[in-house]
Design a protein around this ligand. Structure first.
Ligand code: MIG
Length: 900
């Protein structure tokens, strides 16, 4: 209707119903599938199972193979996966090799050798059911929504060119237009589909599950909501300035990984597709689903939840990974086997980052840097936004404002601090700009549908976009970071990739035309969600190469995809300085973390607007306990360095940042675990308490590792916070007062502006520094303190990971320490967790605080493994039951015991 057409013109971003492939797929209603499996065609090899399926109407045959329906001529995002041996990691693990256990009319059952898994294929309609130990976990195509548009030749009367776009006259053509098979309009934008319709889709049912999570990035709640028609979760990387809260439109980054949880099991679905994707979710109660033929089948049925997830992608293949868990930590490992683990960040990048659009010039940088020292606030990195460049030509400097960038960096280096500069993917069209002219000559830009370099407007004005999907372009781009090439750069300079959705001002939905053309002739629509992933990959690899492979890179990206964790950090983009954005940042970061990207954060203070001082304070307190910790503000926002809001607020912010620095040994250890074992650093409560249903929807607090529960205050003038301390068998301790909490469950905890509620879980040991320093590098020699929080059995266990904090020596030379601290029968012992690692440090454990220690001890001794024994000075606080052991001077890199 004309009303609708007007709406299209007015709004910049699409509603689902304005997306043609969505409308096409929605014509297919749940019911009997058109697909039938030809079970006689089954071929079972060591690595996969293959058979054919046929579409009953158009008789198109396809292969179904172990994990995917494959049509080779379509785009597959290969670089996302880290391993060639995909089959090891999927439904069909090698040790679970399948054999055909049952074959009868219309049904084929394959079992794993140990009978843990069964895969039941029903021929007509085609359906697959996955069972684990007799329990149906997942089923595919049970609603018959398997959808596959196969490549076809354009109708001869309608060659896809812009010229005949107005030619459509008869009604069938109009209908065609509405389906958007060969072209699609949005406002004044025309998308021509040179290869015609290529959409794919499928439904997957999760049996017994009504809690689902994941598929970032949206400004939405932790628990995925049921979608209604026209309101699907959208995975399409977009630059939405001032995005709204509680919206299912896609922003900046996408990870098509969904997790489902019930008390005894977590399952995952990874829908590996980099084109625009929509996800419908519907949870309902159904009669309990029993594996057919099971004895329980005839038993009385009860109502159980079922969640249907319908995936719809504009293009590509169906390449879906069913992650079997059965725990959330198993899912994280399985997903990491596919897409890699979090890169181990250089230690400095876990410190505090001070950013603004913009720090104006060298004097400004020096003054802000000095401000931190003057006010005795630790920080590690100062950032330069786009204004530092010569006319938004990245890799250059504004010669007036930054006359001597090297000198400025030498100044920062002496202060043991770093610099991060922004490097965006759009390249100013300017023949005198070497980067542009080289890329142009080499043909490194994305092309438009007519084969010319795609031109869009961005910060520099008319711009071209590097084609990062091309490995040669990535190589060349990475080489631009070489010290020789990037004039004025030094090895304390690191990089921020922004605008890489990519953002194109005046483009359809402010991004690149889908019919733009990349490397190997792939259309942009195929790779859209990977554009930022590839830029960050190129940048990170470039930074590694500039150090001849020695140093860890740091690259922050705004746009991301599955696997981006391998290349650095992400942040949540342009949030607003309002309380609601602080609040939503928690589920947003938790969702990103569950999707494999541990190194994430939100702009502290809120990017757009001016936070009231109280909000800024609360945001610092939250950010201090989140993985990536950066204060940032918009060009139009007032200055907001931490000391600009009066003595009291400065004091509180200083304290929050110091707490962060003191906590770094623990945080760094968590990152090592994220790096080696794919455990998210920031985790929703339910992951730590998978059996406790009351935790499943909690999104106003979270766990940092397994030991700390953090409850940011997100309300103005809060006098109390309603905190859930989960687990009936747990003991929780106030992290600052060191006092055991009397009660469990949901508690009203009084709060002041001074800090936010943080609790340590009984049974854990947290390594800390005894005090903060000016930056991480100033803290290398500062001694350690252990917080040993006892559980019901008066036991505790924890770890410390340590290395040089910046190089790859931990990997190549095994130069690291991985220590374990355990408290058992009144003995605290320090031992080695990984004998293969060695790293010498003169650092000592200075102090140990045992929380929840039953009674005043009479005598405490410390003995090192070489037999030296000494008496330990201690104090015991009867009010809190905290036992403090002082002046220990026990080597961090040696075994020892403290006997109480
Ligand atoms: O549209 O480079 O999200 O952090 O300061 C604004 C300027 C472009 C968006 C980023 C923001 C950054 C800003 N950029």
């Amino acid at each position: 209707s004309s009303v609708q057409d007007e709406a299209v013109g007015k709004s910049t971003f699409k509603e689902c119903n304005q997306i043609a492939f969505y409308r096409r797929q929605k014509l297919l209603h749940p019911g009997k599938s058109w697909y039938r499996a030809l079970l006689d065609s089954v071929m079972l090899s060591d690595e996969n199972v293959k058979f054919q399926i046929i579409h009953e109407e158009n008789k198109v045959l396809r292969f179904f193979s172990g994990r995917y329906l494959r049509y080779d001529a379509k785009y597959q995002p290969k670089d996302v996966l880290t391993s060639q041996y995909l089959f090891d990691n999927l439904i069909l693990r090698k040790e679970n090799r399948l054999f055909i256990s049952q074959k009868e009319a219309g049904i084929l059952v394959m079992s794993s050798v140990n009978e843990d898994y069964k895969l039941q294929v029903t021929a007509n309609p085609f359906q697959i059911e996955l069972q684990s130990k007799g329990e149906t976990v997942l089923s595919m195509n049970s609603n018959g929504l398997l959808y596959f548009e196969h490549l076809q030749a354009p109708p001869s009367d309608r060659k896809p060119t812009a010229e005949n776009e107005d030619a459509a006259s008869d009604s069938s053509k109009e209908e065609q237009e509405n389906l958007g098979l060969w072209q699609e309009k949005f406002g004044s934008f025309l998308d021509i589909k040179a290869h015609g319709p290529s959409s794919v889709g499928m439904d997957i049912s999760l049996h017994g599950f009504d809690h689902v999570y994941g598929i970032p990035q949206h400004t939405e709640a932790l628990l995925l909501k049921n979608t209604s028609d026209g309101d699907a979760y959208r995975l399409y990387n977009l630059d939405i300035f001032g995005h709204k809260i509680h919206d299912k439109i896609g922003i900046y980054g996408s990870v098509p990984l969904l997790l489902a949880h019930k008390p005894n099991r977590t399952s995952g679905i990874f829908w590996l597709n980099s084109s625009e994707t929509l996800v419908d979710i519907s949870t309902k109660a159904v009669a309990e689903h029993m594996p057919s033929g099971s004895a329980a089948e005839s038993a009385k049925q009860r109502a159980v939840p079922l969640t249907d997830v319908r995936w719809m992608s504009e293009s590509g293949i169906i390449d879906v990974f069913l992650l079997m868990g059965p725990t959330a930590f198993d899912i994280f490992k399985q997903f990491a086997q596919l897409t890699g683990t979090q890169a181990l960040p250089p230690l400095f990048s876990l410190g505090y980052h001070q950013c603004r659009w913009n720090y104006e010039d060298e004097q400004d940088v020096k003054a802000v840097d000095a401000g931190f020292d003057e006010h005795d606030i630790p920080y590690d990195v100062i950032w330069l936004d786009i204004e530092h460049t010569d006319g938004k030509r990245y890799f250059t400097w504004d010669k007036k404002k930054f006359q001597n960038p090297r000198k400025m960096q030498e100044h920062l280096r002496k202060k043991k601090r770093k610099l991060v500069v922004i490097v965006d993917p759009h390249i100013k069209v300017d023949p005198t700009y070497t980067l542009y002219s080289q890329a142009k000559d080499k043909g490194y830009f994305v092309k438009d549908r007519n084969g010319q370099d795609f031109e869009g407007i961005c910060w520099p004005g008319s711009s071209c976009y590097l084609d990062f999907t091309n490995p040669e372009v990535r190589r060349w781009y990475g080489d631009q970071f070489a010290f020789k090439t990037y004039k004025g750069s030094t090895n304390i300079l690191f990089v921020w990739n922004d605008m890489n959705e990519p953002s194109v001002f005046k483009g359809a939905e402010l991004t690149m035309q889908k019919d733009a053309v990349h490397y190997n002739n792939w259309e942009h629509r195929e790779v859209h969600n990977l554009y930022g992933f590839y830029q960050q990959m190129a940048t990170a690899e470039g930074l590694i190469r500039r150090s001849s492979g020695k140093e860890r890179p740091f690259v922050l990206t705004r746009s991301f995809f599955a696997g981006s964790q391998k290349y650095g950090a992400v942040w949540t983009g342009d949030n607003t300085a309002e309380w609601g954005y602080l609040k939503i940042s928690i589920p947003m970061l938790l969702t990103i973390s569950m999707a494999g990207i541990s190194f994430c954060g939100a702009d502290v203070g809120g990017f757009i607007g001016d936070p009231e001082p109280e909000l800024l304070v609360r945001w610092y307190q939250a950010g201090a306990y989140q993985p990536f910790f950066r204060g940032h503000s918009n060009m139009k926002s007032k200055r907001r360095e931490p000391w600009l809001f009066g003595e009291k607020n400065t004091q509180i912010i200083r304290e929050a940042i110091r707490e962060r620095y003191v906590l770094l040994p623990y945080l760094y250890t968590l990152f090592y675990r994220a790096h080696t074992a794919a455990e998210p650093v920031m985790r929703p409560l339910w992951i730590e308490f998978p059996g406790k249903t009351e935790t499943f929807g909690v999104e106003n607090e979270y766990m940092l590792g397994n030991a700390l529960l953090v409850h940011p205050v997100t309300e103005r003038e809060a006098k109390a916070a309603s905190v859930l301390l989960p687990g009936s068998e747990e003991i929780w301790y106030d992290f600052r007062k060191l006092k055991r909490m009397e009660d469990l469950g949901t508690l009203k905890i009084p709060v002041t502006l001074e800090n936010i509620p943080v609790f340590q879980r009984g049974g854990t040991v947290i390594p800390l520094k005894t005090r903060a320093g000016k930056s991480t590098e100033w803290m290398i020699d500062i001694s350690y303190e252990l917080h040993v929080a006892l559980d019901k059995e008066a036991c505790a266990i924890g770890e410390l990971y340590l290395d040089d904090g910046h190089s790859f020596q931990y990997l190549h030379k095994k130069q690291f320490l991985y220590r374990k601290f355990s408290f058992y029968k009144n003995v605290l012992s320090s031992s080695c967790t990984d004998e293969s690692g060695q790293y010498h440090t003169t650092c000592v454990v200075e102090r140990v605080i045992v929380l929840g220690f039953g009674q005043q001890p009479t005598f405490v001794t410390a003995c090192s493994k070489d037999g030296k024994e000494k008496e330990v000075v201690f104090t015991y606080d009867t009010k809190t039951s905290a036992l403090t052991l002082e002046n220990l001077a026990l080597s961090v890199d040696a075994d020892w015991e403290i006997c109480i």
